[in-house]
Design a protein around this ligand. Structure first.
Ligand SMILES: *[C@@H]1O[C@H](CO)[C@@H](O)[C@H](O)[C@H]1NC(C)=O
Ligand SMILES: *[C@@H]1O[C@H](CO)[C@@H](O)[C@H](O)[C@H]1NC(C)=O
Ligand SMILES: *[C@@H]1O[C@H](CO)[C@@H](O)[C@H](O)[C@H]1NC(C)=O
Ligand SMILES: *[C@@H]1O[C@H](CO)[C@@H](O)[C@H](O)[C@H]1NC(C)=O
Ligand SMILES: *[C@@H]1O[C@H](CO)[C@@H](O)[C@H](O)[C@H]1NC(C)=O
Ligand SMILES: *[C@@H]1O[C@H](CO)[C@@H](O)[C@H](O)[C@H]1NC(C)=O
Ligand SMILES: *[C@@H]1O[C@H](CO)[C@@H](O)[C@H](O)[C@H]1NC(C)=O
Ligand SMILES: *[C@@H]1O[C@H](CO)[C@@H](O)[C@H](O)[C@H]1NC(C)=O
Length: 488
């Protein structure tokens, strides 16, 4: 009763007319924060860990804007107990982190298991459980064992088999503690930047085919992990295995222009659909099959640059997700672009649209990241209507700035996006069951090195101790978690 009165006063004081219950997160909704192994762990060659494509990539030099590496990063390989304490103090109910494949399998294969690596993750998982924090594990967050890359990496179908064996081992070792697994982090982004345009590790440039070949192998890898869990572990462990989809809302620049509407649909299918469609509906999106097939023919190729999925593959991949792990940050407006002549065989010309931002959207330090909270509600509805997931967890959503402790921009961003999620739940009936912000800590932001800060906790990268300091947004978020409604 007291609680209700308290809420009433706050709501009336702020002049809100909305139904109070609509402003409160459902009791089962879980809050938390996310990280990834290469971005925080450091200990790149500690205790028998093998090199990953990211170790090799950054050690070449000149691939990150500040020439930095993740060799030490936040040193979470040594400071994990402090990280768990921070999560506990924050009141986090979930922690999404990733397992570094080469930390437990130095050459990527199960021939040689690194016990020290296994212990590291077991200790972390047990400490989280002891503090009532549910671990959500990403099995793979871009740090492929280097030896597998030398064998063709994500362009070689055998990597899907190695991934299957690796995930079986993870289910065996850690599965009794884990309720939520994510297979591959943002396959679209890794295939695009790692194997098509080459800006992220392993830095392969193959504009015409890279993304499609990589997507094919990653889809098979994802499906293998799902079936292994389903066949061998689900009955005893009773967890869920989900696909991770990066999707930020996109809409037509001019909603009244049918060409812009068509371009938006095309862009959606080439990004989100490329992975979501095979996993959640079956096969590549028809639009993508037609478009790449047609352009390939015009380029004089005998077969499409998009590999055809066999009937067996379509069935093997279709329906392999118990929930959707959605990463969503930004928003963009899409407009139609004419095809250029002559045609250049390239993923970029396959989708061929122009994108822009609305000038009224606040911009972060990352040029691609703007704040348009309503976009997340729209995106959740799009994902829900197209793919009908039984459950969605927001596994990444966050803001980049220069690392200031007084990070009002991040707080306003989170406030807007959390409100938008709440509306999707209460007004639209989308089953969003959790929110894990990116990121718990300032960390190694891939090609941006340490020049962009996403953490609610600051990390001093000049200090050998990698001292952690709470930012204002963390204090604010702790309050939201405690009260289960969005405070100003
Ligand atoms: C990074 O290294 C490249 C060469 O490897 C050099 O040209 C560039 O100036 C360096 N940048 C910084 C910020 O140190
Ligand atoms: C679209 O058309 C409607 C009705 O014709 C009009 O009210 C609206 O302003 C138009 N929107 C844009 C963005 O042009
Ligand atoms: C995917 O699976 C669903 C559910 O079983 C089924 O309705 C659909 O036809 C399948 N898609 C394809 C392309 O086979
Ligand atoms: C290829 O493009 C032509 C001309 O636009 C169109 O008529 C045809 O339907 C397209 N084919 C496919 C497979 O998309
Ligand atoms: C596309 O090409 C047509 C015909 O040349 C032209 O009328 C139209 O303005 C072009 N559209 C864009 C968006 O460039
Ligand atoms: C840009 O944002 C303004 C303010 O929210 C809105 O009125 C306008 O319709 C938006 N423009 C587009 C193209 O979405
Ligand atoms: C939402 O997902 C949770 C977790 O899977 C499930 O328990 C609940 O029944 C779902 N709610 C709806 C309305 O589907
Ligand atoms: C690093 O931490 C150790 C142990 O907590 C402490 O003794 C030392 O003074 C710290 N060093 C710096 C530079 O903060």
């Amino acid at each position: 009763m007291k609680f209700v009165c308290f809420l009433l006063i706050i709501c009336c004081a702020k002049g809100l007319r909305a139904n109070i219950s609509n402003k409160v997160f459902p009791p089962s909704f879980k809050f938390g924060a996310s990280t990834a192994a290469y971005q925080i762990e450091g200990g790149w060659d500690a205790d028998g860990k093998g090199p990953s494509v990211w170790d090799t990539f950054v050690h070449k030099g000149g691939v990150t804007v500040d020439n930095s590496t993740g060799d030490v990063a936040c040193d979470s390989y040594h400071k994990w107990e402090e990280d768990v304490q921070i999560l506990k103090e924050l009141g986090a109910q979930i922690y999404r982190f990733s397992i570094s494949w080469p930390r437990i399998l130095p050459d990527g294969t199960t021939k040689n298991i690194n016990q020290k690596g296994v212990e590291y993750y077991l200790n972390l998982i047990k400490a989280l459980k002891a503090n009532n924090i549910e671990p959500i594990i990403t099995l793979y967050h871009w740090d492929l064992p280097q030896s597998l890359e030398e064998n063709g990496g994500w362009l070689n179908p055998v990597t899907a088999d190695y991934f299957g064996e690796y995930t079986r081992l993870c289910f065996q070792l850690f599965g009794s503690y884990i309720k939520y697994w994510i297979t591959l982090n943002e396959p679209f982004i890794q295939c695009l930047h790692g194997y098509t345009v080459g800006l992220l590790a392993p830095g392969v440039v193959n504009l015409g085919e890279g993304i499609y070949k990589c997507a094919h192998v990653q889809l098979l890898a994802h499906a293998q992990a799902y079936h292994i869990y389903d066949d061998e572990f689900r009955d005893s462990q009773n967890g869920k295995v989900g696909v991770n989809i990066p999707y930020s809302w996109m809409g037509p620049k001019d909603p009244n222009n049918s060409l812009d509407v068509e371009a938006t649909e095309r862009y959606f299918q080439f990004q989100c659909g490329l992975f979501a469609n095979p996993v959640l509906i079956g096969n590549w999106p028809q639009l993508v099959i037609d478009r790449v097939g047609n352009l390939s023919a015009q380029e004089g190729l005998a077969t499409s640059r998009l590999p055809e999925l066999t009937k067996e593959e379509i069935e093997f991949i279709n329906g392999t997700s118990d929930y959707i792990a959605l990463n969503s940050y930004s928003a963009s407006l899409v407009s139609y672009a004419n095809d250029s002549t002559p045609l250049i065989p390239s993923y970029l010309t396959d989708y061929n649209v122009e994108t822009s931002m609305n000038d009224s959207w606040p911009t972060s330090t990352a040029e691609w990241l703007v704040s348009y909270p309503e976009g997340l509600r729209l995106a959740l509805n799009q994902i829900n209507d197209r793919y009908h997931p039984s459950e969605i967890i927001i596994t990444e959503n966050g803001w980049s700035d220069d690392g200031q402790l007084n990070d009002i921009g991040r707080q306003e961003y989170m406030e807007g996006y959390l409100n938008s999620i709440l509306e999707a739940i209460t007004e639209d009936g989308v089953n969003v069951t959790g929110y894990s912000t990116w990121s718990l800590l300032d960390n190694f932001e891939w090609a941006y090195g340490y020049t962009q800060s996403y953490g609610i906790i600051k990390v001093d990268f000049k200090d050998p101790n990698r001292t952690r300091t709470w930012k204002d947004s963390a204090t604010w978020y702790k309050n939201v978690i405690e009260n289960r409604f969005i405070t100003k």
